[in-house]
Design a protein around this ligand. Sequence first.
Ligand code: SF4
Ligand code: SF4
Length: 324
Amino acid sequence: MKDTWPLLDKIPFPAIRRGTLQTLQVNVGYRCNQSCVHCHVNAGPNRTEEMDTKTVDVVLDFLEKRRIATLDITGGAPELNANFRRMILAARDIGVKVMDRHNLTVQEQPGQEDLPEFLAANQVEVVASMPCYLQDNVDKQRGKGVYDGSIRGLKRLNALGYGHEDSGLTLNLVYNPLGPLLPPPQAELEADYKRSLGERFGIVFNNLFTLANMPIQRFGAILLSQGEFDSYLERLLHAHSDENLDGVMCRSLLSVNYRGYVYDCDFNQMLDLPLTRGDRERVHLSELLDDEIADNPIRVAGHCFGCTAGQGSSCGGALKEAAE
Ligand code: SF4
Ligand code: SF4
């Protein structure tokens, strides 16, 4: 697979620094029941890397000692990690809010039959990928049959109260474009999703987040092989807005890989750009139990324009709307 990093490394991006840490985003491994074409972690059914019990214990220690507000669990399909449920139960026990980056079809994997009930019982916020409300587009990006499986998954979550006002169970969807395009305005697209999924399937959800595809890993390699890397980067650069720099997720989030090493964000993790701290080559989460990283410089390069382009997208969706 062709690597876009040598090209991204040459593109300057404005200097930014970390703010107060609010969210610990933990990647518990790369195993996934899907292999989507845009996947920035190259996840798939044959990946074997996963966070072990000892590292999960460090995560739980960190959450408690540093009084972190939110644990954001991602993968792969994070539910396939043997420690997934233990981590959630322990985090909820100490009052931490938990988010699950959920692909919906994992609910139909063996052993996951009671997953929706488990998530609901622990008030886990579900953030589910749904790159379109139309079948053809979803199956093209995420694989044949994924659309139908996703609809079934959404219905199961709705039946438990997810996505309904005042249920206390939040169901957010994530949209990313199919090709090398910027996402359309978030509010308009959210209205389209709500209308289409509501009318056809009776599905409800809270918010739609629109995210640009990052020019790295599998999607980056496709851009290179189709000769579209330069034009996509040009598009991101052209749509950059300095106003979005304050809201990028790396200012308030710390990303942890399956071995416990830390990064400014998930994208830097995939590019293997560890958090910089003094002259250390990489930093383990266990070394930060008593170390305050606010004001630490963030490692930026050309891929960061994927976060500040257009309306700007953070892990919470369009930055301008999020601030309103
Ligand atoms: S479901 Fe998510 S983690 Fe799995 S392959 Fe698709 S994008 Fe990657
Ligand atoms: S890719 Fe986005 S979140 Fe990551 S360091 Fe760059 S601006 Fe921050």
